[in-house]
Design a protein around this ligand. Structure first.
Ligand code: ADE
Length: 236
């Protein structure tokens, strides 16, 4: 059983976020539990403030470290990266993180029993969180969101569907995009012809060796067109 603890200043954002599709089934099957926590719960001053002005000046507000340290301590029992058991991941979502990949998702799905997701906000998070509290600082891509909440949903979704038993068939995750270094081959379904647009003949003929060859070629073409960087990576 994998447990996600989401720390956020917008807990309502997650109210239905895990109630669909594979995540919903994984929750119902007891493969995973998700708990959302309001960071403000750990604020200590009378205004329950969770942010403050940056030292050194500059625009905007920075998320304070102390409520986050207390939150992680309450949720994991520890407040230093070096002290967690290896099954505990504490993830800070931020555009400064390493870019999230399928292999990182697979690593989490196979090794973690608790993943704490800290959603950053405003212009930043006090760096002591990334330096000494988080095991991972993760970005979901090279663009800036207004907060880590959508990124937390992305990470949780990608990990949950890789948990053993989450997908209908054992093999389906092994054959999909990225796990073989290529994008998926194109898929078609009925009708075989739509407004003059025909499904490729090879798929209608049922020659499995030819279909496999065609799919591999199309996956290569699509990867070359949309993600040439993946081909360069696999050639080293
Ligand atoms: N917060 C803001 N932008 C982000 C991104 N790209 N990934 C993760 N968290 C973020």
């Amino acid at each position: 059983m994998l447990r996600f603890d989401v720390i956020t200043i917008f807990p309502d954002f997650f109210r239905e976020a895990f109630d669909y599709g594979i995540t919903r089934r994984a929750l119902a099957a007891g493969l995973v539990v998700t708990k959302t926590h309001n960071l403000r719960h750990w604020a200590t001053d009378k205004h329950r403030s969770i942010d403050d002005r940056p030292f050194g000046g500059g625009d905007g507000m920075v998320l304070k470290p102390d409520p986050i340290f207390t939150a992680v301590n309450d949720l994991t029992g520890f407040s230093r990266r070096g002290d967690y058991p290896k099954e505990t991941r504490v993830v800070l979502l931020s555009p400064q993180g390493q870019v999230f990949t399928q292999s990182l998702a697979a690593d989490m799905a196979t090794t973690a029993s608790q993943i704490v997701l800290i959603c950053g906000r405003y212009e930043g998070v006090d760096e002591r969180v990334a330096e000494t509290l988080a095991t991972d600082e993760i970005s979901i891509g090279d663009y800036v969101l207004s907060g880590g909440e959508p990124a937390a949903v992305v990470v949780a979704d990608a990990v949950v569907r890789l948990l053993p038993g989450a997908l209908g068939s054992k093999t389906s995750a092994a054959y999909e995009s990225f796990s073989n270094g290529l994008l998926d081959y194109p898929q078609y379904t009925r009708p075989p012809e739509l407004e003059g647009l025909r499904v490729p003949d090879v798929l209608l003929k049922g020659n499995h060796a030819e279909i496999a060859r065609w799919r591999h070629e199309e996956a290569l073409k699509k990867t070359e067109r949309n993600r040439p960087d993946l081909l360069k990576d696999s050639r080293g």
